[in-house]
Ligand binder design. Structure first.
Ligand code: SF4
Length: 386
């Protein structure tokens, strides 16, 4: 249902932002114009992939990973026909692997239900796995030029500030207001100002000028129209929402290599964090405030361990958890037969690029290959008590 929220100056805001965007848009790999297909502004497959990648991931990271992913899967059909392990491996470095699984499922849905062609209608797009109202609108608008509003975190922040709405981060009522306001702007501008340039311009402004925290109002094309900027309240909008404490997880990870230079990996359980990704054997403890300790860790490994050498300690933040990693190089007892269980296997170094690893695990495993001798300043190897 159409909203009745009055939005003064909607068309002026739209005109200014579209003009600013057309003059100064960043050159991003998914913004290339499509050629030769009437009604198509940009390649919808590239738009879909980029929008899924950009959810909760910085543009700079997506820029690094976008072309390599497209080189693996240049078309929707190639993605649909790929096996899940290769999709996860190509997604490596982007995090939030659930998105990769959903994109893969969306490609299969498009192949099965739409003959391999990405739908143009936002309602059909919103039926795809992993595609919500924002992503459906973005694909319909950026690829096919549809006159629909879209609101992501950047656009919401710009609108809150321009209209001096004292919004709270992530508040449902404030987000409803943002969608209604974006809808008013699109309706007021349709036929007068290109809608894709309005939507993408607002996103671009939120990402580069009207940034979280302190906005760069002196560089802003909307400065003369912005109520929050004029009132001096913009840097407090939106206000942070009360957060619940993050959970802590303590992970002790064993880097074990055999004489042939292979590394031992295991598959993570599903469901859960980094579901079904591969990792070096890791003892994970939630609800405690410390790592397991060397003797207990060795006992958990269930193999004959002659020495442990701690390589690194670091923290990794996920959306809901702080994961404390402790990374050990483990030397097996010479008498050890084979430290293999059903979920573990030896992996050749050359296989690693094709294996889905979470980013902290990829980091640790890279260190196992580079640190062939103890690093300066690292703790000495600890020989376990017999
Ligand atoms: S004037 Fe400042 S607060 Fe207003 S939209 Fe521009 S950058 Fe944001």
């Amino acid at each position: 249902m159409r909203s009745t929220v009055p939005v003064p100056g909607s068309r002026e805001i739209a005109r200014v932002i579209a003009d600013w965007f057309s003059r100064g848009a960043r050159d991003l790999p998914w913004r290339r114009e499509a050629v030769g297909d009437p009604g198509v502004r940009r390649d919808p497959y590239r738009v879909l992939v980029s929008e899924i990648m950009l959810q909760q991931t910085q543009v700079s990271r997506v820029v690094e990973r976008f072309d390599p992913f497209l080189a693996h899967f240049p078309t929707i059909d190639r993605l649909a026909e790929a096996d899940e392990a290769s999709v996860l491996a190509a997604w490596s470095g982007l995090g939030y692997y659930r998105r990769a699984r959903l994109l893969h499922a969306a490609a299969r849905h498009i192949q099965r239900e739409h003959d391999g062609r990405i739908p143009t209608d936002p309602a059909r797009l919103a039926e795809l796995p992993g595609v919500g109202r924002y992503t459906a609108g973005a694909v319909a608008c950026f690829a096919f030029g549809a006159s629909v509003p879209i609101v992501d975190g950047n656009i919401a922040r710009v609108l809150f500030r321009v209209f001096d709405r004292r919004a709270v981060q992530g508040d449902a009522a404030d987000m409803r207001w943002a969608w209604e306001t974006a809808d008013q702007i699109v309706r007021a501008s349709s036929g007068h100002v290109p809608i894709p340039a309005i939507n993408e311009g607002l996103m671009e402004l939120g990402a580069t000028v009207c940034v979280p925290g302190e906005p760069r109002c002196s560089r802003c094309p909307l400065a003369a129209l912005c109520a929050g900027g004029a009132a001096g309240t913009a840097n407090q909008i939106p206000s942070p929402r009360k957060t619940t404490a993050r959970k802590s997880v303590f992970c002790s990870t064993a880097l074990i290599m055999d004489r042939r230079g292979r590394i031992l990996l295991e598959r993570r359980p599903s469901p859960g964090m980094w579901s079904l990704m591969w990792q070096a054997p890791t003892l994970e403890r939630e609800g405690v405030r410390r790592h397991a300790g060397a003797a207990r860790f060795a006992a958990w490994l269930g193999v004959g361990v002659s020495a442990l050498e701690r390589l690194a300690r670091f923290r990794h933040q996920t959306s809901h958890r702080t994961v404390h990693f402790e990374c050990w190089r483990v030397r097996l007892d010479a008498s050890q037969a084979r430290p293999i269980s059903a979920s573990r296997r030896w992996v050749e170094p050359g296989e690693l690029p094709g294996i889905g690893l979470s980013s902290p695990q990829a980091r640790m495993i890279a260190s196992a290959f580079s640190a062939s001798s103890p690093r300066r300043g690292s703790p000495r190897a600890r020989t376990l008590p017999r």
